[in-house]
Structures are given as C-alpha cells and as structure tokens.
Design a protein around this ligand. Structure first.
Ligand code: SAH
Ligand code: SF4
Ligand code: F3S
Length: 472
C-alpha cells in the first residue's frame, strides 16, 4: 500500500554540519570556498562523513560528458545515504544547474535533491537554505545571468598560505565546443580596487601566494575604465608588501598581448609560469573551434613569452578528436607541441556538449580514433616533460611547501615558481613557507630534492627564480 507523500518535510538539522564536494575547475573550487565561508559564518562546521552531515552540497561541473556522469552517479547514491541519514539536506549547485534540461531531469528523477541553485545566485545560498528549512519544500532557484559581482562574501580557504582570487566572471569567447559561456554568462570584471583590497587582506592573513582566476584573464578590464587591463592589474598587485607569488589562469592566446608579457617579466612576484591553452595546432581546426588565432600566432606568442620571461614554464590544454579533425590536422598539433616544448598539458577527448555549435557539426570522430590520438599526444608530451625536468637536476629552486606527500608523511610536497611539483624530506613545520631545495632526481611528473639551509640562500626567496645552479 502506498503512503501519501507529506508535502512538507520536517527538518531536524540540529547538527549544523556540512560537507561540500567540488567537481570542477578552480573557479568552481573558489565558489565552494565561498559556500563554505557562508556556512561557517552561520555557525556550521565541516563533517566529512556524509552519513552524519546535516547538509551535503554537490558543486557541479559540466565541461565534459564524464563530469556530468560523475555528478549524476553521486546524486543517485544519496538515495541510499538518505536512508541512513534521513535528516540530510542535499543541495546541488554549480555549472550543471545553469542548464535547464539538467535541472528538469533532477526535478523529475531525483527526489533526494532538496535544494538547487546556480552559479549566478551563489550568494543567495544562506537565504535559500533558510527558506528550505522553514518550509521543508524542495526549492529550485537559478538565475540565467548576472551583470554584477557580489563582493565581500566570506571565503573559507582550503590552504591558509595560498588563495584564489576571482578577478572576472563569465566568458565571451564562445569556442564552438565549450559549455562555459552558457553556464557562466558574459564576462564581468571586478573593480581593481576590490581585487587589490582582497589580495591585501589575504596577505595580512598570512597568504604568500595568490592565483588570479578568470576564463580569459587577458581580457580582464575590457568592460571597465580603459586604463584598466590585465597588465595594469599585475603591476598594481606586484606592489603589495609581503606577497610572495602571483599566479593567474587562464590565458587565451588571442589576447596575450606584449603588454601582458612585459608585465609578467617586469613584476618580480608574478611567477615565470603561464598556462596557455592552445587546444589544437591546426589552423583549420582552430578556425572551426572559433579560437581566433592560427598556428603561426601560437608560435609567435610562445616565442615572445620565452624571449621575455627567463626560465618560463608553459603548459597547455589540448582537445583531440574535434569534429572534422583529420590525421593531417592532428599531425599539426604534434608538430606544434614539439615546437613549443610545453612543460606539460591537460589533454582531453572532444566531448559533445549539447547546445554548443560543435555538437551538431558533421564528421564527429570515432572514439577509437580519439583514443589513438590522445595516446600519441601523451607519448610526445611525456617525453618533453621528462626532458625539461632533467634540466632541473642539480639546480636549487624555491619551493612553497603545501602538504605532506601523499604516500610518505615524512616527505613534504610543494611547487616551484614554474609550478613543478617537488618532493623532499621535511616536516610539517615547513608547510606554508618557502624553502630552497636542491633537485636530486627528475621524473616526468615531479622532481625530488633535498632542502638546503635558508642562511645559504639569503635573499633568494624573493627573486624571480630561474633555477639557480647549486654551486654558483
Ligand atoms: N577558459 C579556458 C578553458 C576552460 S575549460 C580557456 O579557454 O583556456 C578547460 C579546458 O577544458 C579547455 O581548455 C578545453 O581544453 C577543455 N574542454 C572544454 N570543453 C571541452 C569539450 N567539449 N570537450 C573536451 N574538452 C573540452
Ligand atoms: Fe570555453 Fe573558450 Fe571561454 Fe575557455 S575561452 S571558457 S574554452 S568558451
Ligand atoms: Fe569550471 Fe566546469 Fe564550470 S570547468 S566553469 S566548473 S563547467
């Protein structure tokens, strides 16, 4: 006999505890830090066990099909979790929620979801949660877009010594494969004085490194006063005392101006590292992707970066199997990888995103071809990474220590200014500090080294670090 479902759920969320799962990019992570900040301001505490937590938030990503699948798998599992933890409130937010068909699917097929909100109304979360707790009725509230940035949300940073700072929201580029312009809306830049104040506050709070976030940081300020651009922002932030490192992502090659490269080179705090996604090396494919640059442009920008920024590391993103990509196009990509000598790359199989122009393009590439191409791509990339890492052998590099190494707590792990992962024998007191490490072994994905005493390297920690020969 079926019982009538109560219209109203009685919430007994006395525990005020939560757990957030983050599925996407750094901007998604930064959003999770804000959600966590808002909850902690309300007196909530983190509870890692979802069977005990009062609230679970899934912050979703939609960039590729497997991201969607992971999220649906997770939401599905909460049907069982809710049997052992019936008071649990399940909230789902992030980029997937900006797609109406996904929200419809959740509403019709996943009754275990209590609260849905999107990327543009993240700041409303405490209010929505409160409404849900008062009414006990499922709440779905997603804004289509937003032309303002809500300032001053509390941020619960994952690491005390490094922080993300979102400098702009959205994307105007509409690469034909990409869902992000639909999930994050149009570009809106934050006012530089707000960014400056946030970075200053982070540094006062003990932060040594900031990463400036935007889908295309090189177009920062296009919607602001004409004196404001990414180069001027870098120069301004570089004046902040006690800030040690400035990083940023992502740089779109079409907007990487000489002025930005000059600013990176001139600012001692800006790391000599650039993530420059090229996606493909074939001009024909780049045109179909609507990337607005050619193979020659890539080579020209990489040359300029290498000429002006000593010891720079360059990483990239690549998509293989874009619709219509021929073997000849793919060979152009391999050629460009060789010519650019990328330190490393994130490589992706092209994934159909419904609603984007590429989804309906003719000549979709079979999976087997995509897999073959990605494997060939990785072979070249790994060889190059390995060779570049060998040049670090015997060098002394500055490492910002992040955490104990995953498989050996007696070793610490951190990153060089060029973003290389370094493992060395150390102890937890090193975490959050910059130490000088002599590299003793170089592998494809990381470097091993030994810490050397700080007295020997007095003053070196603040310099723009080209690897320094140990015996110089
Ligand atoms: N704004 C950044 C990229 C953000 S998305 C930029 O333009 O550089 C991160 C990466 O995901 C992209 O660089 C791209 O390589 C990959 N990506 C995006 N959409 C994809 C799709 N439909 N299939 C496969 N990879 C994709
Ligand atoms: Fe997507 Fe292109 Fe925008 Fe990057 S620049 S987020 S790849 S549309
Ligand atoms: Fe990031 Fe994924 Fe959204 S990559 S912007 S969380 S679609």
């Amino acid at each position: 006999m079926s019982k009538k479902k109560p219209a109203k759920r009685i919430i007994n969320n006395a525990s005020r505890s939560f757990r957030i799962f983050t599925f996407g990019c750094q901007m998604n992570e930064n959003d999770s830090e804000k959600i966590s900040g808002m909850l902690k301001a309300l007196g909530y505490v983190e509870e890692m066990d979802v069977n005990k937590a009062g609230l679970v938030i899934l912050n979703t990503c939609s960039v590729r099909e497997n991201a969607d699948e992971r999220v649906f798998g997770n939401i599905g599992a909460y049907k069982t979790v809710k049997k052992t933890n019936p008071d649990l409130i399940l909230a789902v937010c992030g980029c997937m929620m900006q797609q109406p068909e996904i929200v419809n699917q959740i509403v019709s097929k996943y009754p275990q979801v209590d609260l849905v909100f999107g990327t543009h109304n993240l700041h409303q979360f405490p209010e929505l949660l409160n409404n849900y707790m008062v009414n006990g009725k499922r709440l779905v509230e997603v804004w289509d877009d937003s032309d303002t940035i809500v300032e001053d949300l509390p941020v619960d940073r994952k690491y005390p010594f490094k922080g993300f700072v979102t400098i702009m929201n959205g994307c105007n580029n509409f690469c034909t494969y990409c869902i992000v312009p639909y999930t994050r809306g149009r570009e809106v830049s934050r006012q530089p004085d707000k960014i400056f104040a946030e970075v200053k506050a982070l540094v006062a709070d003990g932060c040594a490194e900031v990463t400036l976030l935007g889908q295309n940081v090189n177009s920062y300020g296009n919607d602001l006063d004409e004196t404001v651009n990414f180069a001027s922002l870098l120069r301004q932030l570089n004046t902040i005392d006690n800030l040690k490192r400035i990083r940023f992502m992502t740089s779109h090659p079409k907007d990487l101006s000489d002025a930005v490269i000059d600013a990176i080179a001139a600012c001692d705090k800006v790391c000599n590292y650039i993530h420059l996604p090229i996606q493909s090396g074939s001009t024909r494919v780049l045109k179909a992707m609507n990337r607005k640059y050619t193979q020659e442009d890539i080579l020209d920008r990489v040359r300029a970066v290498r000429e002006k920024i000593p010891g720079v590391a360059i990483t990239t993103d690549l998509i293989v199997g874009f619709p219509g990509e021929t073997e000849a196009d793919f060979l152009e990509t391999l050629k460009v990888i060789e010519l650019c000598q990328f330190d490393s790359a994130f490589t992706f199989l092209y994934s159909i995103r419904t609603g984007t122009p590429a989804a309906t393009m003719a000549d979709q590439i079979p999976d087997a071809v995509k897999h073959d191409r990605i494997n060939r791509c990785l072979e070249v990339l790994h060889r190059i990474s390995h060779d570049i890492n060998q040049t670090y052998q015997g060098q002394v590099v500055e490492v910002l220590v992040e955490e104990p190494s995953r498989n050996n707590p007696e070793r610490m792990t951190g990153r060089t200014r060029t973003s290389k992962l370094v493992n060395f024998p150390g102890d937890p007191t090193d975490i959050g500090t910059q130490v000088m490490v002599k590299i003793t072994a170089a592998k494809t994905f990381s470097l091993d080294g030994e810490k050397i005493e700080q007295e020997d390297t007095h003053g070196a920690a603040d310099t723009h670090d080209d690897p320094i020969p140990a015996n110089s």
